[in-house]
Design a protein around this ligand. Structure first.
Ligand SMILES: Cc1cc2nc3c(=O)[nH]c(=O)nc-3n(C[C@H](O)[C@H](O)[C@H](O)COP(=O)(O)OP(=O)(O)OC[C@H]3O[C@@H](n4cnc5c(N)ncnc54)[C@H](O)[C@@H]3O)c2cc1C
Length: 362
């Protein structure tokens, strides 16, 4: 028996693909996918692991408008559309795939702890005790599985404040990113009236005030805020037959704090080769997460003048084209190309590798 803890995208997608005979999927909530704490944006990279059912798509992003503190902006017209999903229904869709693959599901059942007995893992939940051969912690940023295994590590978090709300002056298909508000802020339209509006940064009163200012008088329909782990390159991903997946493993890219695709791709490595899961993950995705972390460290130190300068750099068509063409989930594929083409970025980009970022988030 394999016990999977957490029916978020990482846990359900893994359970939907695991080939072992007996997979049990535990979710502490009675209803999968709720409460939502996510904008639900996926890049085209999702097609590496699954084809999204069109009925889950709320809107599409064709263009990013990036606004500097000076008010100057650039528009990046994407070569490949990004999707904005109904996140609750997306989780339920993946959960159903796990059920279809034969997973036995336990809703409203919380994982508490486990202990080893010989080669077996004795798993204690809020309802029962189970004997398992392997345990997969896909239980989100504050993973109880990681804590129970003693591999929680030196974890840091940012706070994502977000609301689904009625918002003025929306342009369908255009997502606005505001630099210099928290680490960054966003307005993602669902249609011409409703948007997912949020800001991310260190979890403190300043951020909360920036969030309130961003929302202004908008009518909030649903609070969708949540904690996001900062990628920790030293995070242990496995201990014996205990494995961590997705946010539980801190696998979120620190540039835009997207984690859905990484968690799902990691699941395919775990299905493929449990023994070498850590090695596979680090070889294939570690570099991109590391680059994103360094870029975030740099971006967090940019002065207003540097933010404005960055906008000027990306006003040049050649530079904007590189961003438009490439998938931001995999910066290793375009960062060198950008640095080669734009001499000014050397000065700014060099900081990426100089900055310390550890210890700056609570
Ligand atoms: C405001 C905000 C906006 C975001 N926007 C995006 C975005 O646009 N795109 C993107 O890719 N990512 C985004 N993210 C990040 C994304 O939401 C996460 O990376 C993603 O949800 C991680 O999936 P997961 O399956 O690893 O964990 P989760 O989605 O957190 O799922 C973990 C599951 O485990 C369950 N669980 C927890 N503890 C236990 C327990 N002890 N026992 C049983 N069950 C348990 C939880 O109830 C939950 O269902 C955003 C996050 C925030 C906060």
């Amino acid at each position: 028996m394999i016990s999977v803890i957490g029916a978020g995208p990482a846990g359900s997608f893994y359970a939907a693909n695991e080939k072992s005979d007996e997979v049990h999927l535990f979710e502490e909530h009675e209803v999968v996918g709720k409460p939502v704490a996510c904008t639900g944006i996926l890049t085209d990279s999702i097609s590496r692991v699954t084809q999204i059912d069109p009925s889950l798509i709320v809107s599409k992003i064709n263009s990013f408008k990036i606004v500097a503190p000076s008010g100057k902006s650039i528009s990046i017209d994407l070569k490949k559309t990004n999707l904005v999903l109904d996140r609750a229904r997306f989780d339920q869709w993946l959960f159903q795939k796990a059920v279809d693959n034969g997973a036995k599901v336990h809703l409203g059942e919380r994982f508490l702890r486990y202990k080893e007995e010989g080669k077996k893992l004795i798993i204690k939940t809020s309802k029962k005790t189970y004997e398992s051969n392997a345990l997969v912690g896909a239980d989100g940023p504050q993973s109880q599985v990681a804590k129970s295994a003693g591999i929680y590590g030196d974890r840091k978090f940012v706070m994502g404040w977000q609301a689904r709300c009625k918002f003025p002056n929306l342009e369908e298909g255009v997502t606005e990113i505001r630099m210099g508000v928290g680490e960054f802020a966003w307005v993602v339209p669902e249609d011409e009236k409703i948007a997912r509006v949020g800001v991310i940064g260190a979890n403190n009163e300043v951020l909360k005030k920036e969030y309130q200012k961003l929302l202004g008088a908008s009518k909030i329909i649903e609070d969708q805020s949540g904690l996001i782990p900062l990628y920790n390159p030293k995070q242990k991903l496995q201990k014996g037959n205990v494995f961590l997946l997705g946010d539980a493993a801190t696998h979120v890219k620190a540039t835009t704090y997207g984690g859905i695709i990484y968690g799902m791709i990691a699941g395919t490595y775990l299905v493929q080769d449990k023994e070498n899961y850590t090695k596979l993950f680090n070889q294939k995705l570690g570099k991109d997460l590391w680059i994103s972390l360094k870029m975030r460290g740099y971006m967090n130190h940019m002065s207003e003048a540097q933010c404005n300068e960055m906008i000027e750099i990306f006003k040049k068509k050649n530079n904007a084209d590189i961003l438009a063409e490439h998938d931001r989930d995999f910066p290793s594929r375009f960062i060198v190309q950008l640095l080669m083409k734009e001499a000014k970025l050397w000065k700014l980009g060099f900081g990426i590798f100089k900055n310390r970022i550890w210890g700056e988030h609570s």
